[in-house]
Design a protein around this ligand. Sequence first.
Ligand code: ADP
Ligand code: MG
Length: 454
Amino acid sequence: MVVTLSQQVQIWDNVLKLVKERISDRHVFDSFLADSTIYKIDGNKIIIATNSRLSCSLLNSNSSYNNLILDSLKEVTESEFEISYISKDDIAASPAKPVETKPVFFSNCHLNTKYTFDNFVVGNCNKEAVQASLLITANPGVTFNPLFIYSKSGLGKTHLLHAIGNYIKEKNPYSKILYITTDAFIDEFVKYVRGDQENESLKDFFKTIDVLLVDDIQFLSDKNKTSEMFFYIFNTLVNNGKQIVLTSDRHPNELKGLEERLVSRFNMGLSINIHNPDTETLIEILKKKIEANGLNINNFDADGLVFLAENFCKNVRELEGALNRLLFHTINVKHLDRIDIDTVKESVSSMLSTKSKAKAITDERIIDVVADFYNLTETQIKSKVRTSQIALARHIAMYLCRTMLQTPFIKIGQNFGGRDHSTVITAVDKVENGLKTDTQLATAISEIQKRLKS
Ligand code: ADP
Ligand code: MG
């Protein structure tokens, strides 16, 4: 436990108050204890500085006073301590001064050298994110600050953060790069920052950082005190030209429970979305991972890889899981040389059956899937913006809520940013009429329905 000086004073004041109320002899308190202080706390050991050697020997030898002090200390701190005493004269005579322990921040946070640009497959889904990442590695702190990368889970955000860090480190080994998860930041803040002194040490620590990589910033939501500290650190780094890269599962504007001033800082730089990968990119990823395992890609039938890519298309982590399972089965268990589509199907069948327990279809999920289909955000779908692409997506989402779930028009209006029910009726009619002639619309809707049912 790190206890600041001011907390020590507070603790001992409260202990003395209790002892004073409870002690049988007021004179003993006044002459032996009243001006004692805490000399040192080290774990569960506490040393009290007394006003004289006589006080020290009295307190060391008298168990009833000692127990009274220990009980009061326990009441105040809700912790068990071992107590000893030292006289202030002895402290003055001793050359050893109390050692101030400075916390070592983020000792468990390291860049993972496994994640690099070299083993990150670039496709249409992530091209912009990779380009922006490479641009900032060329000139940290100069181009976009912060770079904000967002996507659904398993699409490579963490991989890219480490790749950025590793690449900058490779080019400039002296650059001080810190990769942290938002959870680690919250933990560190809660663990160490108890008073002004530690606040300052944490701020000082961040002043030494050149590149700050923060993963999953959405977890800062509703953490007001921690956000305040993060806001300070963010501003200091940006003002000093230091690069910040953040990742999140959503666009800054969709982060709920975060102060407006923080969201507007996040919007200051460049926000980039990683989309769902297409089959081609997923197959490339599979090939890279197979080669990384020291295996020959020619032993894998192409249709087997296509099967994997098509069935694990939403999350590269899941795709990797499926591949690992396949490799384990075919190489370790069955010792096969050739891996065809039937072997693939058999190896991952149990994973597919778990996946096929389809997620419930709700209005919110419809909005989510339609937004994803059109590369829009949920906020755009619910907004009042009427550009043709957004309006089309909105009308389709309303139509699906009505036809797939029979949601009342009024409810749909509420779910879509508080619209009137007549607006919803018009939108649904429009899509219904469009479907009679517009084959492109029909294809889009059937693809969205397929995704909703998968
Ligand atoms: P996120 O942080 O977005 O949830 P991760 O970065 O943890 O996703 O990626 C999940 C796994 O998928 C990691 O093992 C990562 O290496 C891999 N991965 C994701 N995208 C790619 C890609 N484009 N190329 C190679 N591997 C990828
Ligand atoms: Mg991640």
